[in-house]
Design a protein around this ligand. Structure first.
Ligand code: SAM
Length: 642
């Protein structure tokens, strides 16, 4: 059957475009959902992605296909629970199910439809209630529960039938033990009973209903749809149900407005029965005693005549020739008839066609030989007010059974009619008020459901935060332990550093205590140590000397002369070298500097790490002795290798 999305009622073009877009691209018809709820839920998505209009949202949907699933999740609120709103369940077990079973012969299947089953809790509740009512074996053998929804992820959850402990926390524990198996932290619906349930996708707006159903539960789902769509869905439910089948709605829902399809079985518990469809006929028109005409061949008497004339109902008697045989006082007053009209052909009188074409009615009644009626025929006397009559034409028989005349009665039903009109108006007002109340109630219920779902979302977020928190806590502990390790290393370092400082200070004081200037050179002849005395001797500060190449230092000592000895020491060819060397000290005085070169030996390697140059101005300096001859242990200046 061709189908087009239902359009929002007030012609909101942006919303209409979205409805149309979703229908064209995804086959989803959201046009029948209540507008306020729909907009509220759409706004949620718009806010989440930062769209400022529905048009922008359509663009977003187009370029982000994954958004559709999120939209569907927001639109299809699937808040549910086991034994939700406990009102109907016990009643179902003790009253409804036994009644359903009693209607059927023992081998007949019992077909149940749970429409809008969300994540399955309601379908399993129905299963439990049925099994409790008829026993496991009968349940397994005879029952089929079709559980449907539009929401595929919810159905996937339902099919597994596994729930958290908290989901069954409100259920009687003995039922949990009886119908679920524990698996870790979850409970799973019993396998042997599970095969009675069949979960499937069914769109209540677009898909054909499940048929030959005995019990149909559609709870807290209709309320999301507008009145017109609710009516369509209810018509499908009517079709789906077997005669005598029952419909179970949610706490906030009712079908007051569709009363000709369903009858309330228990309004408080929202249980309705399929009606057979016929609208009850109105009550019969009051019977009027057959009148006798005063025409020849028709007997009259004074008593009958008096009764006829004084009767409260306007009446005429027309003989078989179509002539007016009798008119009572009420008819005379109403239709302005008088004695001269008796014996005249009916067709010549206004009453023959106003308020109703009487001659054809008389023919119909005479031919059928039974009364015929026309109800609530309007009539307004000239200058008078509107009145309504039920017109009854009845044949009057002669003794031989032939039709001698026809009596025409005009029963004034104006009062009843006005009262009914008033009643209808009041009924309509009541229905409007009821509808508004219903809608407000459903709106509240929807908001409540949304709040529920928001709370669930928050709970999930909370759980996520908690797990993030736990992770952070773990990381924190790890960091703390790393920190402790670092602390230990740090302590050790500090200790070593102290020791080093001590050693440095010790070395420093040795260097300071020496009378000789000391220069320690690395293998590249860069100055590593330059003590105070060397500073005093040559006027070069330690900062200048540190790291500088020794041969390029501007000191009064002719370094070039001892360089060969230094290199020989470094090469391990000379154990030491000592010689007085003429030099000029920082004050410009010529001195003889007793210079000694020693290899700087390392503990491990053979090769010296550098050399130590000791430079000392001997007491009682004798410049003449300078260069006078070597006093080296192993070599003199003269011996220094070139
Ligand atoms: C609030 S839940 C009700 C769940 C359950 N019946 C209960 O009362 O606990 C409403 C369910 O209706 C479903 N639904 C919404 N529109 C639907 C449609 N057009 N066809 C079928 N199911 C629909 C949603 O997916 C959701 O699972």
């Amino acid at each position: 059957m061709p189908h087009a999305p239902q359009q929002p009622p007030d012609g909101d073009s942006e919303l209409a475009a979205l409805v149309d877009y979703l229908y064209r691209t995804r086959g989803l018809d959201i046009g029948g959902y209540k507008r306020t709820g729909l907009l509220r839920r759409l706004t949620k998505r718009l806010r989440a992605i930062g769209a400022t209009s529905l048009t922008a949202y359509i663009d977003y949907l187009e370029s982000h296909p994954a958004e559709f699933a999120r939209l569907l999740d927001t639109l299809l609120i699937n808040v549910t629970a086991f034994f939700r709103d406990d009102l109907p369940w016990e009643y179902l077990r003790t009253e409804i199910v036994p009644r359903l079973v009693a209607q059927k012969s023992p081998a007949d299947p019992i077909r149940v439809w749970c429409a809008g089953c969300a994540t399955g809790e309601e379908a399993y509740t129905l299963a439990i209630v049925l099994a409790e009512a008829i026993g496991d074996d009968t349940f397994r053998d005879r029952v089929k529960i079709y559980a449907t929804d539009l929401d595929e992820p919810a159905l996937a959850h339902a099919r597994i039938g596994a729930y958290d402990e908290k989901d069954v926390a409100d259920m009687p524990p003995e039922l949990v033990d009886k119908y679920f198996e524990r698996r870790g932290k979850q409970v799973v619906f019993r396998k042997d009973l599970r095969r009675v349930l069949i979960f499937g996708r069914n769109d209540l707006v677009q898909d054909a209903p499940i048929s030959r159903v005995d019990l149909l539960a559609c709870r807290n789902t209709l309320m999301y749809f507008d009145t017109a769509t609710q009516a369509k869905i209810l018509a499908r439910f009517h079709f789906a149900l077997n005669d005598g089948g029952l419909l179970l709605l949610g706490r906030a829902e009712t079908i007051q407005l569709h009363g000709n399809l369903f009858l309330a079985v228990d309004l408080r518990r929202r249980v309705f029965a399929k009606a057979h469809g016929a609208v009850r006929p109105r009550g019969p028109i009051p019977a009027i005693a057959p009148q006798r005409a005063r025409t020849p061949g028709v007997e009259t008497d004074a008593v009958l005549g008096g009764t006829f004339d004084a009767g409260p109902i306007a009446q005429l008697v027309i003989d078989k020739d179509g002539l007016v045989a009798a008119v009572n006082a009420r008819a005379r007053g109403l239709f302005r008839l008088g004695a001269p009209d008796l014996g005249r052909p009916l067709r010549d009188l206004e009453v023959s066609y106003r308020p109703y074409e009487l001659r054809s009615l008389i023919d119909e009644s005479t031919t059928a030989r039974e009364p015929v009626t026309r109800e609530a025929v309007p009539w307004r006397a000239t200058g008078g007010e509107q009145r309504w009559f039920d017109i009854l034409v009845a044949p009057i028989f002669e003794l031989g059974g032939t039709v001698a005349a026809a009596s025409v009665s005009f029963v004034d039903v104006t009062e009843t009619r006005l009262a009914r009109q008033q009643l209808d108006d009041m009924q309509a007002e009541l229905e409007t008020a009821y509808q508004e109340l219903q809608s407000a109630n459903e709106e509240l219920e929807t908001t409540n459901e949304e709040l529920h779902s928001t709370v669930e979302e928050l709970e999930t977020t909370n759980e996520e935060l908690q797990s993030t928190n736990e992770e952070l806590e773990t990381m924190n502990e790890e960091l703390q332990s790393t920190n402790e390790e670092l602390q230990t290393i740090n302590d050790e370092l500090r200790l070593r550093s102290d020791e080093l400082n001590q050693a440095n200070l010790f070395l420093e004081s040795i260097l300071r205590s020496l009378r000789a200037g000391v220069a320690v050179l690395d293998r590249d002849l860069r100055v590593m140590v330059w003590n105070d005395r060397a500073e005093d001797l040559w006027g070069v500060r330690r900062e200048e000397a540190d790291g500088a190449p020794f041969p390029s230092l501007d000191i009064g000592l002719p370094v070039r002369r001892i360089l060969p000895s230094i290199r020989a020491c470094l090469a391990g060819e000379l154990p030491s070298y000592e010689a007085p060397i003429r030099a000029t000290n920082r004050r410009g005085r010529a001195i003889v500097c007793q210079t000694r070169v020693l290899p700087l030996l390392s503990r491990t390697s053979e090769a010296p790490r550098g050399v130590i140059v000791l430079m000392e101005e001997p007491p009682g300096d004798d410049a003449a002795a300078a260069d006078g001859g070597p006093s080296a242990e192993g070599a003199s200046e003269g011996d220094a290798p070139a």
